[in-house]
Design a protein. Sequence first.
Length: 335
Amino acid sequence: MAKMTIKEVARLANVSISAVSFVLNNKKGVSQETREKVQQIIEQVGYTPNPNSRRLIFNKTNNIVVLFKKNIATLENYFYTEINNVILHECETRGYNLIFASMEILNNEIEFPNVIKSYDVDGIIFYGDIDPLVQNGLTKYAIPYIVVDSHTPDAKMLTVTADYASAAYIAMIHLIKLGHRSIAYICNSLFTNLSAQTFNGYKKAIEEYNLATNMQWIQLDAQDEDSAYHCMKNILGSHPLPTAVFCSSDIYAIAAMRCIKESGLKVPDDISIISIDDIIISRYTDPMLTTVKIDKVQMAHIAMDLLIKKIQEEPVKSVAMESGSLIIRNSTKSI
């Protein structure tokens, strides 16, 4: 039996091909009576739209791509797991296919995946800050995109951001209320805006409570698990030792706890640890990690709403989420 075509559906319904297309894509332009008649015939004959025909008629692929950087840190992937799950569900609900792809920067040149170069997507999702080279490289494709968990304000980009300064302050206040007065800090200075936000929250608490500081307690070279471990090693070489450490992400906190334990000390008996994110693995560490939760589920829902509106050429604005909530587990204790 020959494959049913949109032309044949239109003939059976005694309507134009355009009318069938409007029904298939849930567009206005046909009466309710016509819509119901076309839908009934589609169901009866089991018609499935040809994606290539849809692409030609509506300039639409029904594909959304999550675009990662290559060689992303292993633990960094955990932060985006919840976001991926929500975005996958949203795409399925809204009739989009979700594609995961990677890009690479070599010699100041962007190597985009074929799905971008062939214009086979309606929208792009990025996680974290994107390099200006990537931003510039996307201009020639004119594909709508959104940056989720962006730390860099940019009026030219559609973004969803979290208030990391407030999250850092919440973490610090928790330690201070537990009696801690000597608190170290681990962050990644390469993420300039994220570092500035978390350091501002750290500094605000330090100044408000007139706490003592030690330059060796301020470690800004954490980039992954290994470098965060080295940062904690530097802190353990200071005198006196801090009673607590605030890390700008769970990734760094997990590495710091490993360093503390391998140095013969205990968390939280000797040093309390707190961080920001609440990635899945943070509830399975030993001890379980106290952290300030960034609501990644809400972030994903907001991101999909904004991106779909942008694809449909509706007016959209970037969204700044409120600071996260404190999740108290076992890596902190009072002194």
